[in-house]
Design a protein around this ligand. Structure first.
Ligand SMILES: C[S@@+](CC[C@H](N)C(=O)[O-])C[C@H]1O[C@@H](n2cnc3c(N)ncnc32)[C@H](O)[C@@H]1O
Length: 301
């Protein structure tokens, strides 16, 4: 059977999906399939293709079948332990890159970026790659996750993309904060926290069969999807007070329905926080930016 014959055989399935699966099986590009339509496919590869097509029919994401997903024009390894990076999250990455770029060109202070709930590591890796030209040691990057299996994938991705990131296992910011336990945070330090934490409700998850093959612990949170963001805000507020962190800027990805509730939560934990919401390409609220300056600094001459 040739490339064109096998693609025609499964004509009831989306052609792009078929091409991506076949290219993966043959370890070739999609362009190769188009220019080599009469190339024969071995019996073993036909079986492999059929098995993956059947999995696709059962609703498994193409990214899990091929083990790869493109995000911010970079290729990321993914598996059943990681969420498949979403295009919406590119908005968060772009917003953070503009913030850092502006910051670097206007200030000299040392930046520390912590990505909380890093999954495949797509957020800090994409940011780190984009700011590489300005990062001459002034930005330290950390990433945390509660899932050791996800962290293993993130570490591989960081290695593939040749980016220096310190990965920490633990609940939200806890493992990062522990690092600072016996260390004074210097006055010039500016902390940036990024997070795309699980924010769906149980009901949203149940209603969306396309996401049932992804780890539920990466998608769903209690308290209308905001339990983890609330816990993170609590940890941030506590660290601000304990360690006198002068400047914190947070970027959280949210569900558009959560705008009002998250704003209330933010002001509850960080009453002096300044909030800006960025919309996604469909015009829905997607990224919450919180800027917080430690009050002691404002009071000082
Ligand atoms: C929505 S996924 C996002 C993954 C990745 N940041 C992205 O944008 O594709 C949420 C991630 O948060 C992690 N997570 C869930 N609860 C956590 C917790 N309490 N502390 C740290 N990470 C957590 C999950 O394991 C998962 O990798």
């Amino acid at each position: 059977m040739t490339i064109s014959q096998i693609l025609k055989k499964y004509h009831h399935i989306d052609l792009l999906d078929l091409q991506v699966i076949l290219a993966h099986v043959l370890q070739k590009s999609r362009e190769f399939l188009i220019t080599h339509e009469t190339e024969p496919i071995s019996f073993f590869n036909q079986l492999k293709f059929k098995r993956l097509v059947n999995k696709r029919k059962s609703g498994i994401s193409i990214a899990y079948l091929t083990g790869h997903k493109e995000f911010f024009r970079l290729d990321f390894l993914v598996n059943k332990h990681t969420l498949v990076p979403r295009p919406d999250t590119e908005i968060l990455v772009e917003t953070v890159i503009s913030h850092i770029t502006y910051h670097i060109t206007h200030n000299n202070d040392k930046l520390t970026l912590v990505d909380v709930g890093t999954g495949s590591g797509c957020i800090p890796i994409a940011i780190n790659k984009a700011i590489k030209q300005w990062n001459n040691g002034t930005i330290s990057v950390y990433a945390t996750d509660i899932s050791k299996s996800a962290l293993n994938v993130a570490k591989q991705n960081a290695q593939i993309h040749n980016t220096k990131i310190t990965f920490l296992h633990g609940n939200l910011l806890e493992s990062f904060i522990q690092q600072y336990n016996n260390k004074t945070i210097e006055q010039y330090e500016h902390l940036i926290i990024t997070a795309n934490l699980p924010y769906l409700t149980e009901e949203q998850f149940t209603k969306e069969p396309s996401i049932h093959h992804e780890p539920k612990s990466a998608l769903v949170a209690e308290k209308n999807g905001l339990a983890l963001y609330e816990e993170l805000l609590k940890q941030i507020a506590q660290s601000c007070t304990t360690y006198h962190i002068p400047h914190i800027t947070c970027f959280f990805e949210i569900d558009p329905n959560q705008t009002n509730t998250i704003q209330k939560l933010i002001l509850n934990y960080l009453p002096k926080g300044h909030i800006i919401i960025t919309k996604d390409l469909a015009g829905f609220d997607r990224v919450v930016k919180i800027t917080h300056h430690f009050p002691f600094l404002e009071a000082s001459p």
